[in-house]
Design a protein around this ligand. Structure first.
Ligand SMILES: [Zn+2]
Length: 217
């Protein structure tokens, strides 16, 4: 995505309205190492603008997403009150949308699996998308399948292609099962021939019951 200074990153309209201007600030959670303490620290404008055409609230981009999120120090699960809110939110969403084993909850910026864990507990298949590899690793360790990616057009296209491939595989499986001569116990992988790599990592580390259920259905 190309972000042009002074223009909305979503619709391209000129940005002129201040949402909140909190002055200059270093990047959040970007702690300095001991050998950086004597150096100058970068400060950036923490000035949120709101687009008057699409209402997206946004900061101007001064630092690349890769630089901010490659090794991130914020873990959502550290806050017990936040976890409590997430648990109640999941209870309410599960009931309201009648979510179950045939649903699929995808969270963008899923951090350490703080939210998806409650859907998984209820037997709802989940997928997290989280760019910070060190944070995503914690989610995978607790059994939450997580793609280490920034969410954008490319990631969305790839995930949709995986999904389509898996549906084709299921279709083939059903056709094969209908023909008793060549049937045999076919294995159907919902995500197609090659599941997303973090699912495979998850399997090597600590297989999650939901993953097995989905992978071998
Ligand atoms: Zn806009």
């Amino acid at each position: 995505m190309t972000v042009t200074r002074g223009q909305c990153r979503f619709c391209g309209a000129p940005l002129s309205h201040t949402f909140a201007n909190l002055g200059m600030s270093p990047i959040a959670n970007n702690y300095l190492t001991e050998d950086q303490l004597g150096r100058m620290e970068h400060f950036y404008p923490l000035h949120a603008l709101v687009c008057d055409r699409c209402f997206l609230v946004q900061l101007e981009e001064f630092e690349s997403p890769d630089a901010i999120f490659s090794d991130y120090a914020y873990f959502s699960s550290y806050s017990t009150s936040w976890l409590d809110h997430c648990r109640r939110y999941v209870e309410s969403a599960t009931e309201r949308f009648a979510l179950g084993g045939d649903s699929h909850v995808v969270e963008i910026a899923s951090n350490d699996g703080y939210l998806l864990q409650y859907f998984a507990e209820r037997g709802v298949p989940v997928l997290g998308i989280e760019p910070a590899a060190n944070v995503a690793e914690v989610a995978v360790e607790r059994g939450i399948p997580t793609e280490v990616e920034f969410f954008g057009k490319e990631t969305a296209t790839n995930l949709a292609a995986d999904r389509r491939q898996s549906l084709v595989e299921e279709e083939r499986h059903e056709s094969a099962a209908a023909s008793t001569e060549r049937a045999g116990p076919a294995m159907v992988k919902r995500w197609g021939k090659s599941p997303p790599r973090t699912w495979q990592q998850g399997r090597h580390a600590k297989p999650h019951p939901e993953q097995d259920q989905i992978g071998e259905r």
